[in-house]
Design a protein around this ligand. Structure first.
Ligand SMILES: CC(C)(COP(=O)(O)OP(=O)(O)OC[C@H]1O[C@@H](n2cnc3c(N)ncnc32)[C@H](O)[C@@H]1OP(=O)(O)O)[C@@H](O)C(=O)NCCC(=O)NCCS
Length: 380
């Protein structure tokens, strides 16, 4: 057995603590428990802006003025419309397929007919980023409705991004308050430094592959339960716990068997995720407003027990999980919803990567045998 000495001292499992690039998109600051998108605090954005402004900010580099926002909205609304041929293909997917798998397949298909398919310039990638941001919401809503044996609902050009998604999902115009909270969750999910899916997208496009390929890599990476998949798992856990009086014992039992509590912990934030702090207040308000305070009460006891027993705090996926549940969103699409928000962040990172590209290609420490002699097949 040989162990190569290459970079052993600098090796960090999971690349923990390793600086892998430079970005102007989002600033994850664990020391201050803050997150900024291009210099704006997410709390400020969530409370005052809409998702479309935040997506524009990331893709174009500045907050839009009214004219820029109008043009961006027109582009998003145009992209929302899926062609009948494309919808027919979505209908051919297996009805019981995982909703992240159908999203991944749909985005791979879109790449075949994108009008800029052969153009990887900055300007073309900005157009693709905008189109994908509009298309993702329609695909998630359509895939879910098709999986339920229902027809997709055509987008409504009078509605904003968040409202229109809820409309396409439920075939009913949403309550303004619910649409606003949903919009805030999208803003909280839009970008987050060099998280695993964004890094995957950057690695893919650092080979000079195209934007859609980077996005497909990112979708596959987000699916896992240590990343975006955590919001679905967190809600399944809350449902399993069932009521506030069972929460403390459930968590203690789970920790005793070394279970990971989904929606808790973070590689970067060790003293709290600013997105969870932001959304927790709205989760409480929503829980009370819809007459189901037990969900916030159960979540609070889970969080208190986790802090007391392990000193681990909730991440963004914990309040989001029961916000979505209280909004009657199907659990199967919580992670696709994360994706439909994050697509603007992923695309912006891909554009940033390509604007100053260097192939991402780290080293590995080799720990296997060496200098073996080939053994002919009939002698093995
Ligand atoms: C997000 C996550 C992968 C970050 O992990 P990380 O930086 O690699 O930290 P580690 O997994 O090494 O955790 C350090 C310690 O805390 C524990 N821990 C971390 N998150 C935990 C959780 N959610 N539940 C229980 N224990 C947890 C680990 O078991 C480990 O304990 P140990 O030292 O006794 O082995 C991890 O916190 C996790 O798995 N959380 C649940 C999934 C989740 O919510 N993901 C969404 C992230 S936004």
């Amino acid at each position: 057995m040989t162990t190569s000495q290459a970079s052993k001292e600098s090796y960090s499992p999971g690349l923990e603590g390793i600086v892998a690039g430079v970005t102007q998109l989002s600033f994850v600051n664990p020391a201050l428990n803050s997150l900024m998108y291009r210099g704006y605090d997410i709390r400020d954005l969530a409370e005052h802006a809409c998702y479309e402004e935040v997506a524009f900010l990331l893709i174009y580099g500045h907050l839009p003025n009214q004219k820029e926002l109008d043009t961006f909205n027109t582009d998003l609304r145009t992209a929302r419309k899926l062609s009948p041929e494309f919808i027919n293909t979505l209908k051919s997917f297996p009805k019981n397929a995982n909703m992240m798998d159908t999203l991944r397949a749909a985005v791979a298909l879109l790449s075949l007919s994108d009008p800029d398919v052969k153009n990887d310039s900055h300007e073309a990638n900005v157009r693709k980023a905008t189109r994908l941001t509009g298309q993702f919401a329609s695909i998630v809503a359509a895939n879910y409705r098709i999986s339920q044996g229902k027809d997709p609902v055509a987008p409504d050009a009078t509605l904003g991004h968040a409202e229109n998604f809820l409309y396409m999902l439920f075939d009913e115009k949403p309550d303004a308050y619910l649409a606003r909270i949903f919009d805030m969750t999208l803003i909280a999910y839009t970008d987050h430094g060099f998280n695993a899916s964004t890094f995957a997208a950057r690695v893919t496009t650092s080979t000079l592959s195209d934007l859609h390929s980077g996005i497909v890599s990112a979708i596959g990476t987000l699916k896992g339960s240590l990343h975006g998949g955590a919001n679905e798992e967190a809600m399944k856990m809350l449902l399993e716990i069932g009521s506030p009086d069972k929460a403390e014992a459930w968590v203690i039992d789970a920790l005793a068997t070394k279970k990971k509590i989904m929606g808790f912990g973070h590689r970067e934030y060790k003293t709290g995720d600013p997105r969870a702090f932001l959304l927790n207040d709205y989760a409480k308000e929503l829980s009370e407003r819809v007459g189901q305070p037990q969900w916030h009460q159960t979540a609070t006891i889970v969080a208190q027990t986790m802090e007391r027993e392990k000193n681990i705090l909730p991440n963004v996926d914990f309040p989001t999980a029961y916000i979505y549940y209280l909004m009657k969103l199907p659990i199967d699409i919580y992670t696709p919803i994360f994706a439909l928000a994050r697509v603007a962040g992923w695309s912006s990172h891909i554009i940033e990567q390509l604007d100053a590209n260097r192939l991402i290609r780290p080293k590995a420490i080799y720990e296997g045998p060496d200098h073996l002699s080939y053994v002919p097949l009939n002698q093995r």
